[in-house]
Design a protein around this ligand. Structure first.
Ligand code: ADP
Ligand code: MG
Length: 387
């Protein structure tokens, strides 16, 4: 799919921006803090209704304004669509999403209209940090190809919040939990079935691809990277078993005021030559593994949906050595790509690019196409002011 137009109004440090990107590779150069990541974040908003870096919407609205918005016009194999996300704070606080200028009632309706994969330096957290980063990665990926998965996640979370509230309440009153807890547990078990099946399907696709991608990137045949699903269910159990597990853990859960079993505790187990990646791998191996996970995401989204997602590469080029940069750029070939740099970067001159400078003056960002080649880019990056 291709983004034909991006419009921002009071989004982060953009007051107004209307921008028609190239169908191929778009390169954005600019100093730190100029607004490069903000632009990619806006694209992410239009794909998933939220930021890839913060969980709240308020910080995204231009400082001092009550509302902000971003929209993209997308051309995919099913035709054209315009997706808009509007964020408001104050009394009318909230988020509204429109598709082709009609407000949608459920966030799930926007899933899959624009698909994107974002690479950023924080991808290393997928290896280094706890399970919640890996679950978020899985959830964002699967939601883009399965609306029923996204809906199941939402409903599972709602039912779990209700269950937790009942447990905390009964703890405070020193009483047995309200019998309504049964209904919430039944709902959790139903949704857990959908979540479990989809995760199992996608992780097995990922497992098939990640090992080869890893070896391709590092060029070493003796390093075996493996991905496995670590689920709340033991191998053969039925997701409906969650009902029994929840009932059995009620007393413990009441003490802790939370739910201790279920897909919200799932994880991806990552290993290198059968040893835990997090405990044993070097920094370089972790980077390669993170890149392999993201590239497998790109392959799987393309395979399942039958078209390439939009690719967002935020400041990752300087982390890869020249050879890897070239390989990555060659691989992405015909995918519409947005790449940000805070340095000039070494680029393969045979590729077709369009180059832009992102600059910000008095707290407001703007984007300008550069036609004069890399020397100009270098000059712009080292000069104190762009104006
Ligand atoms: N809500 C906001 N309103 C105005 N400016 C913002 C807002 N949020 C972030 N900024 C500004 O955006 C800049 C960071 O933009 P970012 O895209 O992350 O930079 P980079 O080009 O380094 O990727 C900072 O200067 C920050 O002050
Ligand atoms: Mg940035």
């Amino acid at each position: 799919m291709i983004i034909e137009k991006i419009e921002l109004n009071y989004f982060r440090n953009y007051e107004h921006l209307s921008f028609e990107p190239h169908e191929g590779i778009n390169l954005f150069f600019g100093k730190n803090g100029s607004g490069k990541t903000n632009l990619l974040e806006a694209i992410h908003y239009c794909a998933l209704g939220k930021s890839h870096r913060v969980s709240q919407d308020a910080p995204v609205i231009f400082a001092g304004e009550k509302s902000g918005s971003c929209s993209v016009s997308v051309r995919g194999k099913w035709g054209k669509s315009e997706i808009g996300v509007r964020l408001q704070q104050g009394e009318a606080r909230g988020k509204s999403v429109s598709i082709d200028r009609k407000k949608v009632t459920k966030l799930s309706e926007m899933m899959g209209v624009l698909r994107c994969v974002i690479f950023s330096p924080e991808d290393l957290n997928l290896i280094k940090e706890g399970p919640s980063d890996r679950r978020r990665f899985l959830d964002m990926m699967i939601s883009q190809i399965s609306r029923s998965y996204f809906v199941a996640l939402q409903q599972y979370r709602l039912a779990m919040e209700q269950r937790n509230a009942i447990l905390r309440n009964s703890r405070a009153l020193q009483q047995a939990p309200d019998p309504m807890i049964e209904d919430f547990e039944a709902s959790m078990a139903d949704q857990a079935g959908v979540i479990y099946r989809e995760r199992k399907r996608i992780i097995s696709m990922m497992a098939e691809r990640c090992g080869d991608i890893y070896q391709e990137i590092c060029g070493k045949k003796d390093e075996t990277f493996r991905v496995q699903y670590h689920s709340f269910l033991k191998k053969e159990e039925n997701p409906a078993e969650l009902m029994r597990m929840l009932r059995e853990s009620r007393l413990d859960d009441q003490r802790q005021g939370l739910t201790s079993v279920g897909p919200h505790r799932d994880d991806l187990m990552l290993s290198l030559n059968t040893k835990s990646m997090k405990m044993f791998a070097s920094q370089g191996q972790m980077r390669t593994a993170a890149l392999a996970l993201k590239l497998s995401q790109l392959h799987i989204l393309t395979e399942i949906s039958g078209e390439s997602p939009v690719l967002l590469l935020d400041d990752v080029m300087s982390e890869l050595d020249l050879q890897r940069r070239m390989n990555l750029l060659r691989d992405i070939g015909s995918i519409q790509t947005f790449i940000t740099f805070s340095d000039e970067g070494d680029l393969d001159a045979s590729q077709q690019y369009r180059t832009y400078a992102v600059h910000s003056a008095e707290g407001k960002a703007d984007i300008e196409e550069i036609k004069s080649g890399p020397e100009m880019v270098r000059a712009m990056l080292t000069e104190p002011d762009f104006s």
